[in-house]
Design a protein around this ligand. Structure first.
Ligand SMILES: [Zn+2]
Length: 306
């Protein structure tokens, strides 16, 4: 198996999460008040950036956030290599305006490389956690309002005592090959001409392998075998984990599920290489290096699976 590259987006978590100390309230409060501590700020899932120097700086100091008042939610994300703590704060409504601060969606920030990759990973972690809090304010067991606990890493129901933990939704994304060709599809919402590896949510009771077999059969009518894990990618929109796999085709005739895909085809190594570097003669393209699909395709085009 080829070695997964570090260029996959959201995979360079720069933090020691110090998860064993999350229930130590004095420890967490001490970090929150420490002058070296820094904060990521979000309004309705959109991060704020300081634009004073024309860049996108997501880190705010204790003094800078003082005028904002109490956030709707706080999560302790961890400590960086210099032992500086990083917290995420969210506000439900626009906080008092800060000079030279702009709200920019995380997706374009990440795709366009406007922030260094480790900080993109921390922003992704923060976005997933804050979105989970926003959507889990009430107990799934009894319907009563819940409280944040464990430095923002769980919610507790004061009424029925149920504990609720942040969820991660596993998604398999697989490149099926028959040796010289690979199977790619396109969803109607893709950019014109773009094709990618097939993907789908893992269902309860399934292994990753079973999810790969089922999704490929459902979406493209292809039977496959020999599933191999390649690499994974946190995808914070809102909180998926992409599980990248290769699989070998056991049949060749494609039957497209039009509810899922607009098109699916076999592509040669030459096609894929041209799609990756933007030189395909019909203008077809593949996902950018930020996405794990790009790396599955690249490994195939380079002959690394042989
Ligand atoms: Zn409850």
């Amino acid at each position: 198996m080829p070695t997964p590259p570090h260029a996959i987006g959201f995979t360079l978590d720069p933090l020691d999460r110090v998860s064993e100390k999350r229930d130590d309230e004095a420890f967490v409060a001490g970090l929150r008040d420490d002058p070296s501590t820094r904060f990521l700020l979000f309004v309705n899932n959109v991060p704020l950036f300081k634009r004073a120097d024309g860049g996108h700086d997501p880190l705010f100091g204790v003094q800078e956030i003082a005028p904002l008042g109490a956030p709707a939610q706080t999560v302790f994300l961890g400590r960086d290599a210099d032992q500086r703590a990083l917290f995420a704060h969210s506000f439900d409504a626009e906080p008092p305006a800060l000079p030279d601060v702009e709200a920019v969606e995380l997706r374009p920030i990440a795709m366009q490389g406007l922030v260094a990759p480790p900080m993109v990973s921390a922003l992704g972690e923060a976005r997933s956690m804050l979105d989970w809090h926003r959507r889990h304010r009430f107990c799934a067991n009894c319907g009563q309002p819940t409280d944040s606990a464990g430095a923002g890493w769980r919610r507790i129901c004061p009424s029925c005592k149920a504990q609720h933990f942040p969820r991660v939704d596993p998604v398999v994304i697989m490149l099926v090959t028959d040796g010289e060709r690979c199977l790619l599809g396109r969803q109607p919402q893709f950019l014109p001409g773009m094709y990618s590896a097939l993907a789908g949510f893992v269902e309860p009771g399934e292994t990753f392998e079973h999810a790969v077999y089922r999704e490929v059969l459902e979406e493209a009518g292809i039977r496959c075998t020999d599933v191999h894990y390649y690499a994974s990618q946190p995808w914070p929109f809102p909180s998926s984990l992409m599980i990248g796999c290769f699989a070998r085709a056991a049949s060749v005739e494609i039957v497209i599920d039009k509810n899922e895909l607009e098109d699916a085809r076999w592509f040669t190594r030459k096609d894929v290489a041209a799609m990756l570097d933007g030189t395909h003669e019909q203008g077809l393209s593949a996902p950018k290096p930020f996405a794990i699909a790009h790396h599955l395709l690249k490994a195939f085009a380079a002959g690394e699976l042989d």
